[in-house]
Design a protein around this ligand. Structure first.
Ligand code: PBE
Length: 297
């Protein structure tokens, strides 16, 4: 009996302690050093993402690694949900941020200046296909080569998906309301009869949007596409080895630069499908005195 009570007591005590540790962070305090307030932690996404590699470089370049700043690996979904909670409570937070992404539409965020230019200037998103696609599937090649759209286009699809719409449905909806753009990508292309085509992507919100739109457009010219989500390195490898026909998810020159270097001999880069993307560190606008990565020190 006594033992049971002790066990119960210890159990209760640990629940209380854990919930005490789990209490929310305090609100952002501009008078206190930021590092102390957020445990010197930047909230990141999936490990292989280019933005994670760049952020590791930034921690070194700005001397933040020496001050024990660290980058927490998670996923886009976990990062945005942590961000949402922080914003609700006006708490301090630093995240890996990029546009186009609905986080910048939904929340009042700002990019931190990057005077050392670690994240590079504006990025473009490229379409990359396997060698030999031009010969084997000329209609798909031509459509993929023509595919290009704007940040607003992509954001529209992303926002619908974020609001709970199925990605395929959101893609169809966008296609229906943008017939002129779709015609530019498909006019005069010879239709095929159920040829398979395989696209790979990483399940970032931006790439879920673009890959689903391209897949639906390929359907409209007679292809039977499969789209397969994977991690970033296998995505590049799948196209380089010919296991996949192509992808529309290459953020260049900086973000996926290391992958491009590794695979450039074995792929066919069809150039830009979206201009002026951006990658960096971001904070909520209420962190008024934090405007540059230098301000994290
Ligand atoms: N992103 C979104 C990716 C590319 C698309 C910025 C998170 C990255 O590799 O970092």
């Amino acid at each position: 009996m006594r033992k049971k009570i002790t066990v119960l007591f210890v159990a209760l005590l640990s629940i209380f302690t854990l919930s005490a540790c789990g209490t929310e962070l305090a609100s952002y305090d501009p008078e206190k050093p930021l590092g102390e307030q957020i445990n010197y932690t930047i909230t990141g996404i999936d490990a292989g993402a280019g933005i994670m590699l760049s952020t590791q470089n930034a921690l070194e370049a700005y001397g933040l690694a020496d001050e024990n700043w660290q980058l927490q690996t998670s996923s886009t979904a976990a990062m945005t949900s942590t961000l949402e909670k922080a914003i609700k409570n006006k708490q301090p937070i630093v995240v890996t941020g990029w546009t186009p992404h609905w986080m910048f539409t939904k929340y009042d965020l700002k990019f931190l200046d990057d005077p050392k230019n670690v994240y590079g200037d504006a990025e473009d998103i490229h379409t990359v296909v396997r060698k030999g696609l031009k010969k084997d599937k000329p209609s798909a090649y031509e459509m993929l080569d023509r595919f290009n759209w704007t940040q607003d286009d992509m954001s529209e699809v992303m926002l619908d998906v974020n609001n709970g719409m199925d990605p395929e449905k959101a893609a169809k909806k966008w296609i229906k309301s943008n017939p002129d753009k779709v015609a530019e990508w498909t006019d005069g292309i010879e239709k095929v009869d159920g040829d398979p085509i395989k696209l790979t992507y990483v399940a970032w919100d931006s790439e879920i949007a673009s890959t689903n739109v391209v897949s639906e457009v390929l359907k409209s010219i007679g292809y039977e596409p499969t789209i397969q989500a994977m991690e970033i390195q296998p995505m590049w490898a799948s196209v380089a080895t010919g296991a996949a026909d192509g992808m529309v998810a290459a953020w260049l020159p900086n973000t996926a630069g290391v992958y491009y270097e590794d695979y450039k001999e074995d792929i066919d880069d069809l150039g830009v499908n979206l201009k002026g993307a951006r990658v960096g560190l971001a904070v909520p606008s209420y962190m008024e005195n934090i405007n540059s990565i230098e301000d994290l020190k």
